[in-house]
Design a protein around this ligand. Structure first.
Ligand code: TYM
Length: 324
């Protein structure tokens, strides 16, 4: 069985962008692959944060993933900092990664703009830690949204550089794009993300979701209710394709183009279909919140499993680098 590895930051509140771009795809893949998923708390330290809230954020991220359907019986879920080999391998990879490659990373440029007061070395080296995450487990595939493809390319480059200098140890991992790889925010302008405050939360309350959808940007050329709309350029139509069944998507397409329905009705149907999928996730999430010990057990057993694999890889790496 080939192996997939992917990670998610404990951002406090996961978005439906995370769900559609990553988690829902992970769930679809766990039967076919040896699957490892990681809450990447070390990556989350690269921007300002409140240490007293970090534990909760990690637990919430784990609960949301499990509630969404990542069955801990069928895959491994663990916390990055529980397996210290991630940071050790990062250091070794730092010595083969050209600074120029890191300076070209789109996400580094974006985050440097957003956090001008805190452009730290960790933020710059973020993709090296990501390469270490993936290569420590010699993963073949990395299921991600479109924004992570450049980082996976860099991981391939790091594997190539390391192998050519120290011998063939790492496979070159390939990105596996989700069927909805780039979910735009409710502003219709930038990628949906917590930091842009243009998101719907994966476990957000229904009333709040309906309110947010009501103000979401649609096809801006459709000024009046009687104007025909253009679904291809409407962000909410993309969400319909993710949450509504094929027949409903076709109906909406036709009714929007003929001005048979307006945006208000289209949004109402979207909210209904979205909540059909999200209601049970939210309920399971609140149930898990009441069982922190169960989450801790799942994460502890995940870390144990990963530590064994990590220890083997690191033995090979130290040996190849002349460190034994
Ligand atoms: P993060 O936490 O930003 O996002 C986690 C996953 O969610 C996807 N995603 C989206 N997909 C579509 N549309 C969106 N609006 C959207 N927002 C988020 C991301 O593509 C990602 O797959 N650097 C990674 C975490 C990481 C990692 C790894 C991933 C650390 N180590 C190793 C893979 C392998 C990140 O910040 O993800």
């Amino acid at each position: 069985m080939s192996r997939i590895f992917s990670g998610i930051q404990p951002s406090g509140e996961l978005t439906i962008g995370n769900y559609l771009g990553a988690i829902r795809n992970w769930i679809a893949l766990i039967e076919k692959y040896d699957s490892i998923f990681c809450i990447v708390d070390l990556h989350a330290l690269t921007i300002q944060y409140d240490p007293s809230r970090m534990q909760n954020r990690i637990r919430a991220a784990a609960a949301a993933n499990i509630a969404a359907g990542l069955d801990p019986e069928k895959c491994v879920l663990f916390v990055q900092s529980h397996v210290p080999e991630h940071t050790e391998l990062t250091w070794y990879f730092n010595t083969v990664t050209p600074m120029g490659d890191l300076g070209r990373m789109t996400q580094f440029k974006e985050k440097s703009r957003q956090h001008r007061e805190n452009i730290n070395v960790g933020l710059f080296g973020y993709p090296v830690l990501q390469a270490a995450d993936i290569l420590l487990y010699k993963a073949d595939h990395v299921p991600v949204g479109a924004d992570q493809v450049q980082h996976i390319e860099l991981s391939r480059e790091v594997a190539r550089k390391f192998n050519s200098r120290f011998g063939e140890i790492f496979p070159e991992p390939k990105a596996l794009l989700s069927p909805s790889p780039r979910i735009m925010g409710l502003d219709g302008k930038s990628k949906m993300s917590k930091s842009m405050n243009n998101y719907i939360g994966l476990v957000e309350e229904p009333e709040s979701i309906r309110k947010k959808l009501a103000t979401a940007v649609t096809d801006e050329n459709r000024k009046r209710r009687t104007d025909p709309g253009n679904p291809e350029i409407c962000n909410l139509f993309t969400l319909h394709k993710s949450f509504s069944d094929a027949a409903e998507v076709e109906t909406i397409d036709g009714e929007c183009r003929s001005a048979g329905i307006g945006c208000v009705e289209c949004k109402r149907r979207l909210a209904d279909n979205m909540l059909k999928e999200l209601d049970p996730i939210r309920e399971r999430y609140h149930d898990l919140e009441k069982r922190p010990d169960d989450i801790a057990d799942i994460l502890r057993s995940g870390a144990r499993h990963c530590s064994e694999i990590a220890a083997k890889t690191m033995e090979e790496v130290r040996d190849a680098m002349g460190l034994v």
